[in-house]
Design a protein. Sequence first.
Length: 412
Amino acid sequence: RQVSTQSTGTKMLRKLKSRSPTYSSNFSRAFSSTPKSNARAPTAILMMNLGGPSTVEEVHSFLLRLFSDKDLIPLPMQPILSRFIAKRRTPQIQEQYRQIGGGSPIKFWTQKQGEQMVKILDEISPDTAPHKHYIAFRYAEPLTEHALEEMKKDGVKKALAFTQYPQYSCSTTGSSLNELYRKLLTHDPQHEISWRVVDRWPTHPLLVESFAQNIQKTLETKFSPEERSKVLLLFSAHSLPLTVVDRGDPYPQEVGATVSAVMQKLGHSNPYRLVWQSKVGPQRWLGPQTGAVVESLKNIGVKNAMLIPIAFTSDHIETLFEIDIEYAHLAEKNGIKLARCESLNDHPVFINALASLAKQHLEDFSSKSSEAGSTSHLISNYNQLAQRCPLCINKSCGPAKDFFIQQKLSVN
């Protein structure tokens, strides 16, 4: 084959599931410890993401939650249509998960990222130590409410809601924050936990550096010296319906900002384009679609290309199936040499990016910050979080945003 993809990711997934107890469905041990009576309660780092079914059997419940989320996919008669669509799509999606090893590895990678991040945090942010990570997936276990239950058991009083989507969208980070706010109304009605938020980080220097290093590595290992400078870099991000974009969702601009920063870091060494994948349904979505671009490369004289998952930080079905299998087949069929840049997963620079971001947003929890007594600087990073889409129609956004803004203004 001419196609060079990260199909090894699927093999790795099978190995991880067979050898790692942390990947198995029993993840409760990672979250079940309670602090000793004389121990300091941990500062919680709540890692929010879409999630994915760990087994084929979990696919239906995952899809039902996904299609029931009005923040992500607004549908007429949502309770009825969501059940219909989930049932109809389950067999097809189950087969896709079988082809990548029987389930999504996103829980494994998030767990590993969290473990490594808090080790660094305990060293670089002693004032807020000890730190403990909790996983809050939107559509798969562990769900937001289960993470909050574990936090309450651990006696958590200070927490950081940390989106694992670098670029903000109302349908991803916005949906997770809205869900967190709703669950807090029932799981922490007295507001015993004080919150800070990382809602976006599209141009963080260490995020940009980790992408650049992986791209450079792929160029050097998958292409000959003669080919490298001519390789077309295709930055692929999950698409959005244009109805969402037209309301003022900042996601396209923030993805573009990440791409621009990465290309600047690379010294604009290669030609590049931003493309969009994972379109669902008949609506018009952001384009051009990744598959259509890969299929048409031969028509514009491109022989070598690299796909870079720029809005995904961990491997999951969009990388392991959509890119590594579907788009790889299209490239091979059309005589294109295609490589996929590795996902960030547990890249050391990426882990340091997570720790650095967490430390920065936890600083006003520290004793030094409290002693300073000044809150004027705290709101500066929250200007975008406070801003709703100009044509927002979601009644949940306002109360959720107001809650987290007020939490930021209240220094404890």
